[in-house]
Design a protein around this ligand. Sequence first.
Ligand SMILES: [Zn+2]
Ligand SMILES: [Zn+2]
Length: 259
Amino acid sequence: MELIDTHCHLTFEELAGDIEAIIERSRVAGVTGWITVGTDTQQNRKVIELAERHENMYAAIGIHPHDAKNVTAGTITELKKLAQNEKVVAIGETGLDFHYDFSPRQDQRRAFAQQLKIATELGLPVIIHCREAFDETMEILERFGRGVKSAVFHCFSGSADQAKIVLDHGFYISFTGVVTFKNAEGVREAAKIVPLAKLMLETDCPYMSPEPMRRQKINEPALMLHTAKCLAELKEMDLADFAEVVTATSKAFFGLPEK
Ligand SMILES: [Zn+2]
Ligand SMILES: [Zn+2]
């Protein structure tokens, strides 16, 4: 089996110090590819450097909505320059987070639109972080994202109705361990309507450990196996068959080599 963790933060300090052992445990669990995601300029440099040192590891670079308040013209210029590295396969994570509001909303909107522009110019897909800002995220995508190659709503925790809107726009949906949580019946209902050609898996580690490992405070790619099992069951499929299709979807979305 060959699964891809399409959204992990392997350069965050909870994971970075033990990275080789974490990658080995991931391989043993069948999670053999990784998209490691940057959230600010410093992390963007780190994810590229880590991906350059590992086979089957790729980088996504962007400015997280939490960090949008620090974005200057220089930030955007550097992001665009870094994005031309051959290991960079997506722009993100970017989007809106009106739950925490760590950055003023106007800064979040501006940084999101700027990153959609870069993704369009470079022909890269976009990883979207959307928390308690669904309608406005869709609005900004409609205004500034018409030319983007594609987009994925990561760590999807919305309803089936919202999933349908995302799918109607031709976008993708990615699930974390949240789908395994006992109180996440709504997310499982959403997962049921997402066709496998639009569905991807991720850990968002070091956060979001899946059941039955939710007590493990620091999540890691190996644990994505539990999320994969949960979703395969929802789809009434063998795990191996489910993994094969979802991995093909992920490779197509990020433009990764077939083999
Ligand atoms: Zn996120
Ligand atoms: Zn993330």
